[in-house]
Ligand binder design. Sequence first.
Ligand SMILES: NC(=O)c1ccc[n+]([C@@H]2O[C@H](COP(=O)([O-])OP(=O)(O)OC[C@H]3O[C@@H](n4cnc5c(N)ncnc54)[C@H](O)[C@@H]3O)[C@@H](O)[C@H]2O)c1
Length: 396
Amino acid sequence: MIGMGMIFDETYRPFFESVARNGLFDRRFGDLDVQLTGAATRTGRRAEAYQQAAAGILPPFTSYSGADAAAQLIATSPDFVCIATPDNRHFEAARDALQAGIHVLIEKPSVLSLAELDELTQLAAQKNVLARVVYHKLLDPDHKKLRTLVVDEVLQHVNNGYCSLLEPRQISGQQFAEWITGRNPGTYVAVHYIKLIDFTFGGRLKTITCTGQRGIVGPADGPTWDSCQLRLIYEYDDGREAAFDLHTSWVTPDNFPGYVEQEVQFRFDNGIWNGHSRRRGVELTVAGKTPLQLKNTINNHYNATCVEPWGERTQRGYGVEVIDRFAREVAMVEHGGPAEERADRLQQVRSLTYSDLSADRQVVAAVEAMELILAEQAAGRPDRVVRFDGQSLQLI
Ligand SMILES: NC(=O)c1ccc[n+]([C@@H]2O[C@H](COP(=O)([O-])OP(=O)(O)OC[C@H]3O[C@@H](n4cnc5c(N)ncnc54)[C@H](O)[C@@H]3O)[C@@H](O)[C@H]2O)c1
C-alpha cells in the first residue's frame, strides 16, 4: 500500500481486513490468501498507528517512510501495489512498480497528463502486468442502472447534462493542507463524473472549457482553486454532440447537511435521469454527533459499517467492492488457469475498460486540459479553450 490516508481508511482497510478474515475465493482460482505486506507513507505515523490498531486482525506488515518509502516497498516485490498518494504523486510510484513487473492499482485521478498515462500503459504492456485505476462510482448501483438503461437503449442518445459535487471545507483546509497548493477540486472530484460520462455514454471528447474561483483556500491571484466549473463536449458516431457541465467545490461550509453533496442530471432524446445523493438516501440527526462526527446524509451504498443480520460486523459497499474486484482480477491472471494461458487471461482483464489505464485517455485528457486552462487563468489569461483530437491537446 503506497499512501495510507483517508481513502485507505475508507476502502482499502476494510478490504484488507475482510480478506484477512475470509480469504479470496473463486472457483476459477481457488482459495487465496491476500495479505497486506507493506505500507509506504510520508512519515510512517499513520501506518504505525494502524499497525497497532489492526493487531490481531491483520498479520504484521512493514512500514516504510520518507522520500524513498515507495521504492523500498517496491523492492520487496509484492504481487500487487495500490497507490493512494495525493493526486500529483501517483505517476512515479506507478512507473516504478510497473517497471518492476508488479500489478498496479491507482486511485483516481490516475495521472495528470497524457504523456504520463501513455508511459504507464506502455510499461504495463511491456511487463505483462495490469495497470488499473479506481473509479468506484462506476460500481454505484444507481450508476450501474443508468448504464444498463443506456446499453439496452431504453435511454437514447444523451444530449447534455450536469454533475455537481461539493466537498466540505475541512477537506481543503485540514485534510489536504499538506498538498493543497496549486491543486483544484476538479481534478480531485470532477474526475469521478468525467469517468462516469466517458464510460457510460462513450463518444469522442472534443472540447474542454473551464473556469474557477480563488480566495478562500489560497490567495485570489494564486494557483490554488476553491471551486471550478468544467464543460466537456463529446461527439458520437452518428455525428451528434453532447455537452456536460461539472461543478465542484471543496469550500462548502462544514455544517452543510449534504456532506459531499452529489447531484447529476442527464437529458436524453427520450428521457431524463436525475440523481441526488440526499434524495436517494437517508438523513440522520443525532444530538451532539451530526453533522461532524456522524454525517447527516450517509451514503450507505458507498461504505457502511454494519452489524449484519447474522451478527457479524462488516464494512461494505461499492467503495470496498472495487478494491476486491481488482484483487480478483489479479488472481484471475495469476492463478485462474494454466500458466501457458496467462497471456489470454491478462488480455481478458485488460479488455474490461471500466478500470484499465489504457481506457483512461479521455479522462486524463480532460484533467490535463482543465489544469492547463486553470494555469492560464492564474497567469492572467482567462477563458482559454482546449481541443482534443484523440491524440494530443491543443490550447487555443
Ligand atoms: N475514490 C475516492 O472517492 C477517493 C476519495 C478520496 C481520495 N481519493 C484519492 O486517493 C488519493 C489519496 O487521497 P487521501 O484522501 O487518502 O489523501 P490523504 O492526504 O489523506 O493521504 C495521503 C497519503 O499519502 C501519503 N504520501 C504522501 N506523499 C507520499 C509519497 N511521496 N510517498 C508515499 N506516500 C506518500 C501520506 O503519508 C498519506 O498516507 C488521492 O489521489 C485522492 O484523489 C479517492
